[in-house]
Design a protein. Structure first.
Length: 650
């Protein structure tokens, strides 16, 4: 069996076939993950052996940066990073000029470009396809992945993987599934995918708001407005209807409570009767293990999860566990309260137990939080602290990521601070809140309903927008649920996480070149072209790499080489727009080499020559070059789309 480039031995075999020396000693282990590192190692050796720089090879290597803008080269030696003594900016410019003039030639690079204090290097289009295409082909779906990031100890791989919990989506029982839940679902799935690609053991967790006062309020409402017939037929929709009615009925009592609080009076009288009392009594019964209360609660919970799963299945999103506030262990809650009291953090106030964060930290913005009410029921913060402690025991996680709207920033600061006040700083440091801006304009109150409306918008687009460049003709027949999801994701991930946005239904049908629809169209087009080229004579031929040395092909290959770096950058920032922008750039480059639609069967249309130029009949080797380029370009697109969560239709 032939060696593959997945091993150093296999990589050196390929390099030898290209008349190159074995990988330099300075090469990073990342060279087996990021192809750009191969060129970086050779450039380091070239500069180090040139006797033009008075510094160590390691310093030179650190001064070489990869670029994302191909017009600025593929690698750049940033001379200030060499930290040369007594060399000012003018001296660095002169040194760059000398390097450009005297640097020994290499078949891996074109001639250097001196750009002030930068020495910019471009990959040779002769070597690039011969090295990169086998490299991607050997890795296929794993190209761009880096399992080394997830190992407990790189020196002891047998210790296993690091574990990350990603908590996302997390709607409340009997509450609207709003835009923030939708965005949390998209971003959380993306983050889980990225950590998975980086070699971590990932636990995808949906933490439902399935306990507390809103459940008590729903029970009070169901007692008044609930219908067994409607519950069986409409399920969650009926629970939402009941909740809306009881909320309206409850509002005067809430107003009376707020007025008493504003007037400095006790709220105990107001909260001790009416719906307040019914709500709190039901919650207390649940916490005391009352079978009737728990049976009704379980019914609400099961119906909600069943309904949510319908939407998650349409999104192609899975969870390893549906957890919730109800799952926290009473013994852990008691343990947390004991520690808080021992540390002098928990104190009584008007019958409730509170944490005064201002008093204990001096941070006015953190305020005061009730952890157990005067009715004896636990509150969110206490349950969430206990949940963290329980999860540490259950999962032994190395990191836990909460994917929750920036509206909850202050609450997570309270949660993290409470753990620090308990003396659990090590545990707190494993927790991360990945926040995001809010979505406005999402219609619907159920996940399935939101997706139905988005899909309907796309399906109706041809009728409404045929004269506006919308989707028309036979395209409408191929629109699926997947198309709606791609359109939603592309709109959601087009900007930074911190930026909120208003959902624009019209963008669901956008045929702009930078859209989810066009990403899938590009992938599908490559699939058609690949199928047309896969004949017996082409498959049996040797690749004629000379057909891939033109500028357009070289530009595409250079972008394809950057994919693992784009994924690595995304892993560090957890910003999906970084990776989406990369895919759009790759798609832009592909547009320069693909034949026009309708000419798929014209096998003699050359790469990079333009569709109108007359061509000689292509040889099987030339067609094989196109085939391999298309296959690997499609692989890069597909790998990126899957990381983002885009459905990929074959």
């Amino acid at each position: 069996m032939a060696c593959t480039t997945n091993t150093l031995r296999g990589l050196n075999t390929l390099l030898k076939g290209l008349s190159l020396e074995p990988m330099p000693a300075c090469a990073s282990t990342q060279a087996l993950i990021k192809p750009v590192e191969i060129w970086r190692a050779y450039l380091t050796e070239l500069l180090s052996n040139s006797n033009l720089l008075d510094c160590e090879a390691a310093t030179i290597q650190e001064a070489i940066s990869s670029t994302t803008e191909t017009s600025l080269g593929d690698l750049t030696l940033i001379l200030p990073r060499l930290k040369l003594k007594d060399v000012d900016k003018d001296g660095l410019k002169k040194l760059a000029f000398d390097l450009g003039a005297k640097l020994p030639t290499s078949s891996l690079f074109l001639a250097p470009w001196v750009d002030g204090i930068y020495l910019r290097m471009f990959f040779s289009p002769e070597i690039l396809p011969r090295l990169l295409l086998p490299y991607i082909s050997d890795r296929k779906a794993a190209y761009g992945h880096d399992s080394s990031q997830g190992v407990q100890d790189s020196n002891e791989p047998d210790r296993g993987k690091k574990k990350v919990i990603v908590e996302f989506s997390s709607p409340n029982i009997a509450s609207d599934f709003d835009g923030n839940h939708l965005r949390s679902t998209f971003l959380g799935a993306f983050i889980a995918n990225v950590y998975d690609a980086m070699g971590w053991e990932v636990v995808r967790l949906n933490y439902l708001g399935d306990w507390g006062k809103h459940i008590g309020l729903l029970a009070a409402g169901y007692e008044r407005f609930g219908s067994e017939e409607k519950l069986l037929e409409d399920r969650v929709a009926h629970l939402l209807e009941v909740y809306a009615k009881v909320e309206e009925l409850f509002r005067p009592e809430q107003d009376a409570r707020d007025k008493a609080k504003h007037d400095g009076q006790s709220t105990a009288d107001v909260e001790g009767k009416g719906i307040f009392a019914e709500r709190d009594a039901f919650v207390k019964n649940m916490e005391d293990g009352d079978e009737t209360a728990l049976a009704l609660w379980k019914r609400f919970r099961d119906i909600t999860i069943e309904d949510l799963n319908l939407g998650y299945q349409r999104l192609g999103i899975r969870f390893d566990e549906f957890s919730g506030e109800s799952q926290v262990q009473p013994a852990t809650i008691e343990k947390v309260e004991d520690i808080l009291k021992e540390q002098g953090v928990l104190e009584g106030s008007d019958g409730s137990w509170i944490i005064d964060f201002v008093k204990h930290t001096g941070k006015k913005g953190l305020g005061t939080q009730v952890v157990r009410g005067r009715d004896g029921a636990t509150r969110y913060l206490l349950r969430d602290i206990a949940t963290v402690v329980d999860r540490k025991e259950q999962f032994a996680f190395d990191k836990m990521i909460y994917v929750v709207s920036s509206k909850q920033d202050n609450y997570f600061q309270q949660l993290f601070t409470a753990l620090e006040l308990m003396g659990l700083s090590d545990l707190r440091n494993r927790l991360h809140h990945i926040s995001f801006g809010s979505i406005q304009g999402i219609e619907g109150n159920l996940l399935d309903g939101i997706l139905d409306q988005c899909e309907a918008r796309i399906c109706d687009a041809p009728k409404e927008e045929q004269d506006e460049g919308g989707i028309g003709g036979t395209a409408a027949e191929s629109i699926t649920n997947a198309a709606a999801i791609r359109a939603l994701l592309a709109q959601d991930m087009s900007g930074k996480r911190c930026h909120g946005y208003t959902f624009e239904p019209k963008k669901m049908t956008s045929l702009g070149f930078h859209s989810g629809h066009m990403l899938q169209a590009c992938h599908a087009r490559l699939t058609v072209l690949i199928a047309g080229l896969r004949t017996d004579d082409v498959e049996a031929a040797d690749i004629d790499y000379t057909r891939l040395t033109d500028d357009d092909s070289a530009d595409l290959l250079r972008i394809m080489a950057q994919f693992p770096d784009a994924v690595s950058s995304t892993y560090k920032s957890l910003e999906p727009h970084t990776l989406l922008g990369y895919l759009y750039k790759a798609m832009d480059s592909l547009s320069a080499i693909l034949p026009p639609e309708g000419e798929e069967g014209n096998e003699d249309n050359g790469i990079g020559e333009g569709p109108s130029k007359a061509q000689q009949k292509s040889s099987p080797g030339e067609k094989k070059a196109k085939l391999v380029l298309y296959q690997n370009a499609r692989q890069v697109l597909e790998n990126g789309m899957r990381l983002l969560g885009f459905p990929v239709d074959s």
